[in-house]
Design a protein around this ligand. Structure first.
Ligand SMILES: *[C@@H]1O[C@H](CO)[C@@H](O)[C@H](O)[C@H]1NC(C)=O
Ligand SMILES: *[C@@H]1O[C@H](CO)[C@@H](O)[C@H](O)[C@H]1NC(C)=O
Ligand SMILES: [Zn+2]
Length: 482
């Protein structure tokens, strides 16, 4: 790298290497997390200048990128191409298709369209590298990029992204690399060893009601016209209506719920808890995100599949807990996150809070997109390949084989829902997804993501919610009081 001016900060982007976190590497105190880049993962560091020389000799990955920041770094954002099926890529509109058009939108003022800027003779803002530039790019591959934007831009970045891309907002200070402790992994292995068909569990999970799910999802998407919800985007009024409604529904089942704000302007997380009937710190958490994203330029964001499906699944589990008066022998939390679409923000705040409180979280299962599969395909359950605990995935897979044998279970390259936040805090976590393979839902991140459409399969939604529910019942133990 040749530089005439000394950069304000250095960024190092290199494949993840666990060895960096052993020993004395100065890089271990400048780690900003690991992010997906096509089929590989990149770790991001912002080391001191003096650290670079040491690093180069110790951990030189040939593919490493070193970049300098020449403007003050405000907010680092990782953007990545989603893993989508080829059939969807061909449908992408050309204006919307790539990173270049995204960068162009980003370089404009946040609330102005290109046409407005041109009308106001502000052509200069279109030229990269001028004072008006609103971002700095540090890394770019065909499938991902790392950039610095203003904090305001970071908040709305999901509305500027091309259709099949997503953004993750990096932490504002370095994070520790926290591996999953051995005892937590062993705890899950022990459950796997002991798990076998339980007729009581089967009857409980089979009681999840598809009729009720259809009503619930139509309220959340606004399809039934009763909720007045147009969008559950984290900034939209509809997301607040949804949060308050979800809180009340789950409270009615015997949980203690709280709306937990995490960042001003964003709708809150909905955190509900059933206290254990015995004296234990152990907590099992199942979750989904209730915020959504619509088409570029549209205010409508019904999020029927993403992630109204996971949210409805969690709600159906709560309704069954209430109907049967289930009391758990460990603490159980049902959490519906907001800010997922802007970069896992709600779950990041909550997972950090639990870590700081020394919470004994032994399992997290996030449901994100569970209802859709291609018309000629059977019902499926996809588990994450890389981000997440393999043992948690093994447990979910074993439970699926027992209680939802109709699901074809396998791995998916789709990556990085709210379970990633927990994984990064060293909690065993996994995700349940609708497909063994990439995203194939043509209404993904689209204002047409409704529940009443071809391919939206309530039986699959139920089968996956059954797996989430049965896993909780097996891990915690329970009593029925009604
Ligand atoms: C619960 O267990 C903890 C740790 O084992 C103990 O300190 C506490 O006194 C117990 N509480 C009750 C109510 O038994
Ligand atoms: C967490 O809960 C498990 C299961 O009850 C228990 O074995 C373990 O000791 C607890 N760990 C901590 C750190 O409290
Ligand atoms: Zn989602």
């Amino acid at each position: 790298m040749t530089m005439n001016v000394i950069p304000l900060a250095l960024l190092l982007i290199t494949p993840f290497d666990r060895a960096i976190f052993r020993g004395e590497s100065c890089l271990s105190t400048s780690y900003y997390g690991t992010y997906r880049d096509g089929s590989t993962y990149q770790a991001v560091y912002a080391p001191e200048h003096a650290c670079m020389d040491n690093w180069l000799s110790d951990f030189a990955a040939e593919s490493a990128t070193i970049s300098g920041a020449f403007q003050p770094v405000q907010q680092l954002v990782w953007v990545e191409e989603e893993s989508v099926d080829e059939t969807l890529k061909s449908q992408a509109v050309s204006l919307d298709a790539g990173l270049d058009s995204f960068l162009e939108r980003l370089s404009l003022s946040p609330y102005r369209t290109l046409d407005q800027a041109l009308e106001d003779h502000e052509q200069d803002v279109l030229v990269y590298g001028k004072e008006e530039q609103h971002y700095e790019l540090f890394y770019r591959s065909p499938h991902a990029a790392l950039l610095s934007v203003s904090h305001d831009k970071a908040r709305i970045i999901d509305t500027l992204l091309p259709r099949f891309w997503r953004s993750i907002i990096l932490p504002t200070s370095p994070v520790d690399y926290i591996p999953i402790p051995l005892y937590a992994t062993q705890r899950i292995r022990d459950v796997i060893t002991g798990v076998k068909f339980d007729p009581v569990v089967a009857s409980l999970v089979n009681s999840l009601s598809v009729t009720q799910m259809k009503n619930d999802i139509r309220f959340l998407t606004g399809e039934d016209g009763k909720s007045g919800i147009v969008s559950r985007h984290s900034f939209a009024e509809g997301s607040r209506i949804a949060a308050s409604w979800l809180k009340h529904q789950i409270e009615d089942t015997g949980a203690v719920c709280e709306l937990k704000p995490f960042l001003s302007g964003f709708a809150p997380n909905v955190v509900c808890r059933y206290e254990a009937t015995v004296n234990t710190s152990e907590t099992v958490l199942i979750s989904a995100h209730y915020d959504s994203r619509g088409s570029f330029g549209s205010t409508r964001a019904p999020g029927g599949d993403d992630d109204g499906s996971g949210t409805t699944g969690i709600l159906s589990i709560a309704r069954a807990i209430g109907a049967k008066g289930i009391k758990f022998r460990a603490n159980v939390e049902l959490v519906l996150f907001a800010g997922e679409e802007q970069g896992l923000l709600g779950s990041r705040a909550y997972s950090r809070e639990l870590k700081a409180a020394g919470s004994n979280l032994t399992l997290v299962i996030q449901a994100d997109m569970t209802a859709y599969h291609a018309l000629d395909e059977p019902a499926q359950l996809g588990l994450p390949k890389t981000i997440g605990s393999p043992e948690a995935g093994d447990l979910v897979s074993a439970i699926a084989g027992i209680y939802s044998p109709e699901l074809v279970v396998g791995y998916t390259s789709v990556c990085c829902s709210d379970h990633q936040s927990f994984h990064q805090q060293g909690f065993p976590a996994t995700q349940v997804f609708e497909r063994v393979g990439p995203i194939v839902d043509p209404m993904y991140h689209n204002s047409g993501d409704l529940s009443g459409r071809e391919g939206y399969d309530f039986e699959q939604l139920k089968a996956i919610a059954k797996v989430q529910f049965a896993t909780v019942l097996h891990v915690t133990g329970f009593d029925i009081t009604k």
